[in-house]
Design a binder for this molecule. Structure first.
Ligand SMILES: [Zn+2]
Length: 437
């Protein structure tokens, strides 16, 4: 017998203030790259409170290096753990489940553009769409999403129930730059019958996502005092040569005849971003070196190595037309994302159960999302055979200024997830522990 929907709705509503307060505390922990630990310790405590046996797990790049989907880095993993929480009832009456939500957030800079400090969350009632919103970096992407499964589990507990099958909670680092946190959890941990990641995709189900490649191009110039600038070669200005060439490559990739069926109808699905440019070291010296960092998407089924070859050819061709760059060719280097695209089977048992649960609560079919970004679902789908998708709340301005998440949308997602746990894992009465003698 499925749980009574009105009981679930009431239990979720009763937990709303707890969910808002817990989310606000979590957002206050500014978990940007390299500073994830306090946020991880905080959420580990929440997992424990919900009855999950919880541990912090170090991420070891040496162990991951030869795994599929690994992204190379030039930074340290010291003091930057993943968190895992396990509920294991001993035997599975239903199917097993992983809830995964990354802890890392992107930089809020430039902070002065925000209406209020990004790590001091604030709630505004009755705003956009007549809903209540929490502002803060990470409130949307994706601590608000992760709160939805914690909210669902908390409400079930209040009703006296726990999942009747193994459920694992995962809080990985580095979804925003490599995915190496989720790779470690996915490949080292136990598999499951499904993995759900509540990224802030507006209550849609993720059907397909692009891959993402990070690369950087390093160019040398010829350093001189500006007095003799005519005889120097400025590495910053030379970088413009291949930035323009890579923009032309982007346009070519997005030509209608080059777009595969899965992305037809999506305007400009593959995006190049010039993210960081670092060059020169003195205002009165002609810049001697410049490194430009890029992000470029790729379609599902496309190989990372093929895109790398295309980028390297594009840069080399542009350099061949320039007398200086012909003599001192720029080099292409890879640090960060080497993420393939992937697809989720919308006819799988998992997809059908999630769609049915959404329909029960919302009265209509959930929309499917074709994403032009990547998420951690790729590891589970591509390398572990665990069907994985995203279903999470509505958010605005993620990665931007005044990021916010709809608390009402979070509540709706929590409702659906509570019923989904019931439908997928089954629920059972929480066993009473023996009173101590
Ligand atoms: Zn995210």
């Amino acid at each position: 017998m499925p749980l009574d929907q009105s009981l679930v709705a009431q239990a979720i509503a009763d937990r709303r203030q707890w969910a808002i307060d817990t989310l606000a505390w979590w957002v206050r922990h500014a978990s940007v790259l390299g500073q994830e630990e306090p946020a991880q310790s905080y959420i580990a405590g929440v997992y424990e409170d919900l009855g999950f046996s919880t541990r912090l797990e170090a991420v070891d790049p040496e162990e991951l290096r030869d795994m599929p989907g690994f992204s190379p880095v030039d930074w340290s993993y010291e003091g930057r753990p993943n968190v895992v929480g396990v509920h294991d009832p001993g035997r599975n009456l239903g199917r097993t489940l992983i809830f995964n939500g990354h802890v890392d957030v992107v930089s809020p800079e430039p902070v002065r553009l925000w209406s209020s400090p990004p790590f001091e969350p604030r709630v505004v009632e009755n705003e956009e769409d007549g809903e209540s919103w929490m502002y803060g970096r990470g409130a949307g992407d994706m601590k608000g999403g992760s709160m939805c499964f914690l909210w669902a589990l908390a409400a079930l507990r209040d009703l006296g129930f726990e999942p009747a099958s193994r459920v694992e909670l995962q809080s990985p680092i580095e979804e925003e730059c490599t995915g190496n946190g989720a790779l470690a959890l996915c490949m080292n941990g136990e598999a499951a019958d499904a993995c759900l990641i509540p990224e802030p995709f507006n209550e849609t189900i993720l059907r397909r996502q692009v891959g993402v490649l990070w690369f950087q191009v390093r160019v040398l110039g010829k350093t001189t005092h500006v007095l003799g600038a005519g005889r120097g070669v400025n590495a910053i200005e030379k970088s413009w040569v291949f930035i323009q060439a890579l923009r032309r490559l982007e346009e070519e990739i997005n030509q209608p005849e080059n777009i595969p069926d899965g992305y037809k109808g999506i305007a400009h699905p593959i995006n190049l971003n010039v993210g960081i440019i670092q060059g020169g070291d003195w205002a009165s010296t002609v810049a001697g070196e410049c490194v430009t960092r890029f992000r470029l998407g790729l379609f599902p089924g496309e190989r990372i190595s093929d895109l790398q070859a295309r980028i390297e050819k594009c840069v080399a061709d542009a350099a061949a037309d320039d007398p200086w760059l012909r003599e001192f060719p720029p080099t292409v280097e890879y640090v960060g994302f080497q993420a393939e695209g992937c697809e989720f089977d919308m006819d799988s048992d998992f997809a059908r159960t999630l769609k049915r649960t959404h329909r029960q609560w919302r009265g209509s079919e959930p929309e499917e999302l074709i994403a032009t970004c990547t998420t951690d679902v790729r590891f589970f789908n591509l390398y572990r055979g665990v069907p994985a998708t995203c279903y999470g709340p509505k958010a605005r301005n993620i990665h931007g200024v005044d990021e916010k998440v709809s608390l009402d949308s979070m509540q709706r997602v929590a409702e659906v997830l509570a019923s989904f746990i019931d439908a997928w894992c089954g629920v059972q009465a929480i066993p009473q522990t023996e009173p101590e003698q």
